[in-house]
Write a protein that binds this ligand. Structure first.
Ligand code: NAD
Length: 308
């Protein structure tokens, strides 16, 4: 990464691909990103302007990083809860424009790229709408809520020619990059099995997040949250703890396994699972969810690329 390279070259050459602001958004190693020249051929002032679709917990972390990076500006945002918007607006010093929803944001001029940090059931629609509006996209993991949705997103990327990066930042970590190099070198011999676990033992770890005291039908836009999901009566539990419900999330499989699986695929140079056997149940956090709280899976992958 020595010296300056332009943004498009970086995207083409680097293992850490980027959607406009991607490297700033997800990367923990800001020193690496700061060596990049973000000159943008179609941006008159050389800055990359970003709109945030969803400014929840993760978006606030990402926005914090973006605001510290030279060459980026957060210019727009939308969200389904006013409390989130107010805090995100404060972060930008009131500079970002607030839009009613993603459609208004995407129709506005002057936005190069979007960050998508909405609940998983919205990812496909938000990503495709952004691509079709001509934006580069940085979208949080998991890319999709169902497998099929990924195919639609890939088609939209090909059709529009825009860049889309998934915020699966673990594979940008120097540790994983080193692990991949070591495995590819053959120093560990043939690897036939990797064991990985994620364990959490608290209510917060089980996504029972606090519900803000000011949350009510005036501050929380329930219809905007539900969007393409199956319709339910207004529920603050569903809104703030959406990972616990299969209408919006795959539970542990999409929220936590995705980090583990992405890392394993990356270090092994593997493509995708061929067979999955899984078993789980709801043992501990009964009454707060309809997704399992315990899940084990055996995932077989045969296709390991020879040249990493
Ligand atoms: N990369 C990581 O390590 C990481 C970490 C945490 C979360 N995430 C991902 O980020 C995404 C958001 O997770 P979170 O923890 O920030 O959840 P969150 O509930 O805190 O944030 C989601 C936000 O989206 C808003 N929202 C809902 N529907 C919307 C709509 N139609 N338009 C605009 N905004 C809408 C909500 O009001 C909320 O503020 C998820 O996909 C999650 O998997 C990734």
């Amino acid at each position: 990464m020595a010296g300056k390279i332009n943004r498009r070259d970086f995207i083409k050459k680097s293992a850490v691909t980027s959607a406009g602001a991607g490297m700033a958004l997800g990367m923990r190693n800001n020193a690496m990103a700061s060596t990049i020249d973000y000159d943008r051929e179609d941006s008159p002032n050389g800055r990359i302007t970003i709109g945030f679709i969803g400014v929840g917990a993760r978006a606030h972390q990402v926005m914090n990083n973006v605001l510290r990076m030279p060459g980026f500006e957060v210019v727009a945002m939308c969200d389904a809860y006013t409390g989130r918007i107010e805090r995100a607006q404060e972060r930008t010093g009131g500079k970002a424009k607030v839009f009613r929803d993603h459609r208004e944001l995407l129709a506005a001029p002057g936005i190069d790229a979007v960050y998508i940090g909405t609940p998983d059931h919205w990812h496909k629609d938000h990503a495709i709408a952004a691509l079709e509006a001509g934006k580069d996209v940085y979208i949080e993991k998991p890319l999709t809520y169902t497998v099929d949705e990924g195919i639609e997103i890939i088609k939209a990327v090909k059709k529009t020619g825009r860049i889309l990066q998934v915020g699966s930042q673990n594979i940008s970590l120097p540790l994983q990059i080193k692990a991949r190099e070591i495995i590819a070198s053959g120093r560990l011999g043939q690897i036939t099995m990797i064991r990985a676990t994620v364990n959490r033992n608290s209510a917060g770890g089980a996504w029972i997040y606090p519900i803000p005291p000011d949350a009510n039908p005036q501050t929380v836009n329930w219809d905007m949250f539900q969007g393409p999901a199956k319709k339910h009566p207004y529920s603050l539990e569903r809104f703030f703890r959406w990972r616990c419900y299969e209408d919006y999330s795959g539970g542990m499989a999409t929220d936590l396994f995705v980090h583990v699986m992405t890392t394993i695929h990356y270090v092994m140079g593997a493509q995708a699972p061929e067979m999955v056997t899984a078993a789980g149940s709801l043992y501990r956090w009964k009454g707060s969810r309809d997704v399992p709280d315990t899940l084990d899976a055996i995932i077989s992958t045969r296709k390991v690329s020879q040249s990493i």
